[in-house]
Design a binder for this molecule. Sequence first.
Ligand code: GAP
Length: 459
Amino acid sequence: MSAPNIETIVSLAKRRGFVYPSSEIYGGLGSAWDYGPLGVELANNVRAAWWRWMVYERDDIEGLDSSIILNRRVWKYSGHEETFTDPLVDCRECKTRLRADKLDDGKCPNCGSKNLTEPRPFNLMFQTHVGATAEDDPDALVYLRPETAQGIFINFLNVLNTSRRKLPFGVAQIGKSFRNEVTPGNFIFRTREFEQMEMEYFVRPGEDEQAHQEWVDACHQWFQDIGISRDNLRLYEQPKAELAHYAKRTVDIQYRFFPEREDQERNWDELMGIANRTDFDLRTHSKKPEDAEGKRLNSDSTEDLSYFDEQTKQRFYPYVIEPAAGVNRTVLALLMDAYSEKTNDKGETRVILKLHHSMAPIKVAVLPLAKNKPEIVGMAKAIKRSMQPLVRAVYDDTGGIGKLYARQDEIGTPFCVTVDHQSLEDEAVTVRDRDTWEQERVKVSDLPTYLLQRFSPGT
Ligand code: GAP
């Protein structure tokens, strides 16, 4: 089967309760999406897998949860106030706003006109005001963070001192970021409110290039470990002209998000970026000694964010390697990658979401074969209750068994457990596998061990 396009996924996502258009009863809000009962489980599984991999399974990374609204000076010294811009043009004919760097042939994609304004920089940070002050009070102006990373840099000394770390070590954070994108779109691929999973890994200068390459390889593997096929992933080396102002080298992990596009180069887009940010951030946020003219380069910071190496007795600014992924793009890639169709012996085509078991929103569905038989219903509900401390399990009796299986296949539930008349006698149930549709009879007392053995690692 050919790869699904995003439209197929949008329709599945809405129909089955993964993702809904936001504010729909008021006509929607461009490119804002709400995660429904299954979407929130899937996104939680992504966050939990990333956190486990980044923080629990290593000995050199700590977690953090910093504020979304930070002191405005953070964004002054990080360079975002000045440079976090997209080149904006207006079409003089149809008034559409466009990103100049995304116009392939200098024509408005809406009306085809070439009558466009000159590009001008448009800052992507959302502004708001803190406190009960006038809207135009410049002292009250703040931004919603456009990346979680800065919250980590400004806490570098706090984490270093409270966790008594030595280089190399990292700080991981998951949280919302906001960018007033000029051209959001493609479902949850590019939105104005999104969620990042970022980790800043601090190393000695000179050890940065090797650490960078190791993180590129590790992240590439992680996406495969959560079930994304290697064929739909590729590494993209950002050319020098594309690098962010802080980066020495950046490698993107791209996913084949747009398989339907004719130009094969445009099939791919960014899922994650892994940047070597050098010592740019720790240096820029540091209270610096005066320069030759007696001028301090950062006149606002009260701290020096350098590191003292006990062994060499040297003080320096660590380099930073930053793996930065999006929760939402990971959810989209997982849905696209897992989508498959299968025809049953009646010739009906069914959607099967072959999600990695660890990502499946529901791990086990317990289904009674007859919902008018209290003993069967009671046994099925008791099995569901016995599963719930271990995994996300549901009980469903809202249709015939064929329909219930099809519904679970479509949302990616790895196993269905069916309680039938025979179960009342032999204390056994039928376990059906989502991918093979094979069924096996299992004793109820063996069920937890049986399922735990059949779940893929990491579930
Ligand atoms: N701190 C580095 C940084 O923010 P980025 O490449 O701009 O780097 C990292 O963002 C990841 O965040 C991207 O790879 C993408 O997955 C996600 N992301 C960025 N902008 C997004 C948007 N407008 N909508 C959804 N996800 C976004």
